[in-house]
Design a binder for this molecule. Structure first.
Ligand SMILES: NC(=O)C1=CN([C@@H]2O[C@H](COP(=O)(O)OP(=O)(O)OC[C@H]3O[C@@H](n4cnc5c(N)ncnc54)[C@H](OP(=O)(O)O)[C@@H]3O)[C@@H](O)[C@H]2O)C=CC1
Ligand SMILES: O=C(CO)COP(=O)(O)O
Length: 318
């Protein structure tokens, strides 16, 4: 298959490497002024993946789009609407869009497949989410992920084309739950990092239990299936995000409470804003997401916020 991957950062470049390994014909697109694209053009590697020689690198979006039957998109979620505006001006007939991003639009709370539909209503779309770090995959450590779409036909087409001994894909059965779950795990990952930074790592068991619970309630209220919060897109991604040394969101949280900056993309930062909006819209209390939001966006003192979580009224567990 001819596949174009849009976004040549940590995850997009891995996807290009992975799909090339499965003998698909790959074009990897990056901005003309992207330092990440330049590194691949000059050295063939970003220090994590070394791209196969058959992968075409380009900064010509029209050419990249024209080449492919599948467009895989992996950029920061907040840039997705702008990219869809550009794509909508091109001929997308016969193509399928696969979204490999874990975020929600901050201002609106919209899911990324909703944004794709706004700009390209006739183009089928799917999401590819679940646990996995580049550093592990390139060492041959396999993982399980999930592909979801409103169309069973598209899911079957993609799972068949993308499965290997390195990634076992499951068919998702709840697009709302998988999109919200995948984005929300980054916020729980930031909370996990904050616990590490505050020397409260012992609370991560409680975070796993209560984090899944509040996201399950939100998914259900939005019309999804609450069980999806316990699937690969959310709970299944906690090892990679709440615990892993490789997680950008966990690292962001840890450094944030220590008063330090972090230069990498941590999707959960913008997602907290989206989740609070959705919590309000669907009348669901999201105490952990609220706590993360208040530390990052309102400048509240992390230890006080943590104590306040413990002072909330007592509740039934389920
Ligand atoms: N297991 C999984 O499913 C994983 C999923 N992810 C998800 O993948 C997404 C990307 O994360 P990650 O790769 O770490 O982020 P990076 O910051 O490493 O890469 C993002 C890339 O997108 C590029 N970009 C931004 N806007 C555009 C645009 N409009 N057109 C083309 N390129 C653009 C950036 O360009 P520039 O080089 O100019 O900055 C950058 O190269 C996130 O949503 C993240 O949550 C990440 C890791 C694992
Ligand atoms: O989604 C991921 C792992 O599954 C990557 O998480 P981070 O962006 O926090 O590194």
């Amino acid at each position: 298959m001819n596949i174009t991957v849009i976004g040549c950062g940590r995850w997009g470049s891995f996807i290009a490497w992975y799909l090339d390994r499965l003998n698909h014909t790959i074009t990897l697109y990056g901005h003309e002024n992207s330092s990440k694209l330049q590194a691949f053009l000059e050295q063939g590697t970003n220090g994590m993946v070394t791209l196969g020689e058959g992968i075409l690198l380009t900064s010509d979006l029209e050419k990249a789009v024209a080449f492919a039957e599948i467009l895989v998109i992996s950029i920061g979620a907040q840039g997705f609407r702008g990219l869809m505006r550009e794509l909508a001006a091109m001929d997308l007939g016969g193509k399928t869009i696969v979204l490999c991003m874990k975020g929600l639009e901050a201002d609106t709370g919209k899911r990324l497949t909703q944004i794709a539909q706004e700009y390209a209503p006739k183009v089928p779309s799917a999401i590819w989410v679940g646990p996995g770090h580049v550093q592990n995959f390139v060492r041959g450590i396999p993982n399980c992920m999930v592909i979801d779409s409103v169309s069973m036909e598209i899911k079957e087409y993609l799972v068949k084309a993308f499965s290997s001994d390195l990634i076992r894909f499951y068919y998702g059965t709840d697009l709302i739950g998988n999109e919200v779950g995948a984005a929300a795990k980054n916020v729980i990952g930031i909370a996990g990092g904050m616990l590490d930074g505050l020397n409260r790592t012992a609370l991560k068991g409680a975070l796993m239990s209560r984090g899944t619970r509040e996201i399950a309630r939100l998914i259900q209220a939005m019309g999804g299936n609450e069980i999806t919060a316990y699937g690969l897109s959310h709970l299944g991604d906690y090892e990679a995000t709440v615990f892993s040394e490789y997680s950008h969101n966990r690292k962001f949280g840890e450094l944030f409470v220590k008063g330090k900056d972090y230069g990498e993309l941590a999707e959960g930062v913008a997602t907290t804003t989206a989740l609070l909006k959705l919590g309000q819209e669907y009348n669901v209390e999201l105490p952990i997401c609220r706590a993360v939001y208040s530390v990052i966006h309102e400048g509240r003192e992390p230890k006080t916020v943590l104590s306040d979580l413990f002072l909330r009224s007592l509740k039934m567990e389920f």
